[in-house]
Write a protein that binds this ligand. Structure first.
Ligand code: CA
Ligand code: CA
Length: 444
């Protein structure tokens, strides 16, 4: 395996002219001043959401020249991230398309490369067919163990651990395909200006006990925050890329779901701001809190979600447990009722404060479906506007629509009022134009 020194080429070393660069990794002749956009050193503005609380979020802004990396493939990215274990401030600039499913020499890896010799999908389908296995218990036994070993092989490759005090910033047209940025038990991380696509799981697991008909579940998100604090995800575009769920087969009558979350915030993560991102063509979009267990999440999972575009995403936008979550000035663009489940998931001890969000919908998408009660008690909603297509804009109370159609009713007061906002919020009528013009990668 090539050394980290050879792969993780630093701009500082380049400028000194002493880097040993492998022939396969030609380095663009870009001066540091051009290669490090000012936005890559930007810190979260004061009061800009929960990530601005206490110490604020600065990511790798303090990086010295030796810790500014330009990376163009998975091996370089992994080396620059140093396994997520080195808290030295660093800025990792993504150049071009990085494919997480490739080996250290840059050769593509397929699902067959990860598969344990004892695993095949055909054998798994035969063993755990409900007609054979039943529906009472999850799969166990040699084939499930072989599936889990296969999954571990893939996870070791595509889970990219991000350390404390890190900024990951996309240079023009930067993209990570097939990877899961794993921000685990660290503080102070910024991810900006990046396209993230299709962290497909080669080995979904069948769970006949999930829901009324069972489900195929996958392991990877595009970005996962687990036990992470002070994280700012800004101006990214997250999607399933060219591997959309509709193209997957049904097995046991259920969709073979190869994707998990787009950006999940779990396990006592806290102080998070998710701003000006585009989430599109994805199902399970943003899970905040992964368990109903009253434990470490209580008093945590505080997240601000503002000026994002949610374009034809299916569910969990967000789905919240425990956290005080400020959801304001987001643009919900929902024109495909076939893939739509719900948007605001009101879970156990959740406290969603939703203000000045705009919903553009198809006429077939029912207002009463926008809120879903996952065991919560209340949600605050102020200032929602909606329209169908180019029709008239009008006010709507999505919580009242929910309560009119469902019992028990949810209360109208989530019990807190956000204060961490950088200034006056956007009038709802202006949200589509503002978000369309500014959200997503390539707009900084
Ligand atoms: Ca997840
Ligand atoms: Ca009711």
């Amino acid at each position: 395996m090539p050394s980290k020194t050879a792969l993780a080429v630093t701009i500082g070393v380049l400028l000194a002219g002493v880097a040993t660069v492998p022939a396969s990794a030609a380095v663009p002749a870009v001066p540091a001043s051009a290669a490090v956009p000012a936005a890559a050193r930007q810190v979260l503005a004061p009061d800009d959401g929960w990530a601005a609380a206490t110490t604020g979020t600065t990511g790798g802004a303090a990086a010295d020249d030796a810790h500014v990396f330009v990376v163009r493939n998975r091996a370089e990215l992994a080396a620059a991230l140093a396994g997520g274990t080195d808290p030295t401030p660093r800025i990792v600039l993504i150049a071009g398309t990085i494919r997480a499913n490739e080996d250290d020499s840059g050769a593509p890896l397929t699902c067959a490369d990860y598969a344990d010799p004892a695993y095949s999908l055909d054998a798994y389908l035969a063993a755990y067919d409900p007609a054979v296995w039943g529906r009472a218990t999850r799969p166990t036994g040699p084939l499930e163990e072989a599936r889990a070993r296969s999954a571990r092989n893939q996870g070791a490759r595509i889970n990219l651990r991000v350390g404390a005090n890190t900024t990951i910033y996309g240079l023009p047209n930067a993209r990570i395909v097939g990877g899961n940025l794993l921000i685990q038990n660290v503080d102070n991380v910024i991810v900006r200006n990046l396209r993230l696509e299709d962290a497909a799981d080669c080995f979904p697991s069948w769970d006949p006990t999930d829901g009324s008909a069972g489900n195929w579940n996958s392991a990877y998100d595009l970005i996962t925050l687990t036990g992470a604090t002070h994280v700012w995800a800004d101006h990214n575009t997250l999607s399933d890329g060219n591997n959309v769920d509709e193209n997957q087969p049904l097995y046991f009558g259920r969709p073979y779901q190869v994707h998990d979350g787009a950006l999940d915030v779990i396990r006592a993560s806290d102080y998070v701001t998710i701003s000006y991102n585009v989430f599109q063509e994805h199902d399970k979009t943003m899970l905040i809190g992964s368990t109903n267990t009253v434990g470490a999440d209580v008093g945590k999972l505080r997240v601000t979600v503002h000026h994002n575009k949610f374009a034809n995403v299916g569910q969990r936008v967000p789905r919240v447990r425990f956290g005080q979550v400020d959801v304001y000035n987001n643009y919900y663009y929902l024109t495909d009722e076939d893939t739509y489940s719900y948007s605001w998931g009101v879970g156990v001890q959740s406290a969603i404060y939703a203000e000045n969000n705009f919903l553009l919908r198809s006429a077939d998408l029912a207002f009463e479906d926008f809120v879903y009660d996952w065991g919560g008690t209340a949600i605050t909603e102020i200032g929602t506007l909606t329209r169908v297509g180019t029709g008239p804009v009008r006010a709507v109370d999505l919580l009242a629509e929910y309560n009119a159609a469902h019992d028990p009713d949810l209360g109208t007061d989530a019990g807190w009022t956000p204060v961490l906002r950088p200034g006056p919020i956007t009038p709802t009528a202006q949200v589509p134009a503002v978000v369309n013009a500014q959200a997503g990668a390539g707009r900084i």
